[in-house]
Ligand binder design. Sequence first.
Ligand code: ZN
Length: 110
Amino acid sequence: MARPARTRRRAGAADLHVCRGCGLGFVTATQLLDVLADGRRLVELTCANCRLCVMGAHDDAALEALDDELERGYAQVCAACERLGRENEREEVEAFVAALHAGAILPEDF
Ligand SMILES: [Zn+2]
């Protein structure tokens, strides 16, 4: 399977999902550490690709943007799994048809 494309956007407050280490968009919030007096949340962010872990204080908008990116990535993974499942089913059907044409499957097989 192909590696995901690196993002071209510059990492910043709105790009919490992009890893500072490897540049891939696999960062998730792994732990809420504290809520600061100004309302920002101190969170631990971890990259699922390279395991780089960083802490930072972020406002609700930045964390909601991270959540949106995670949902978008989850939808992409689900779509890829569905495509893979359909491809596997197609290969099984083709193998079955080939076996029928080759006479390798007989009525007594059922
Ligand atoms: Zn990384």
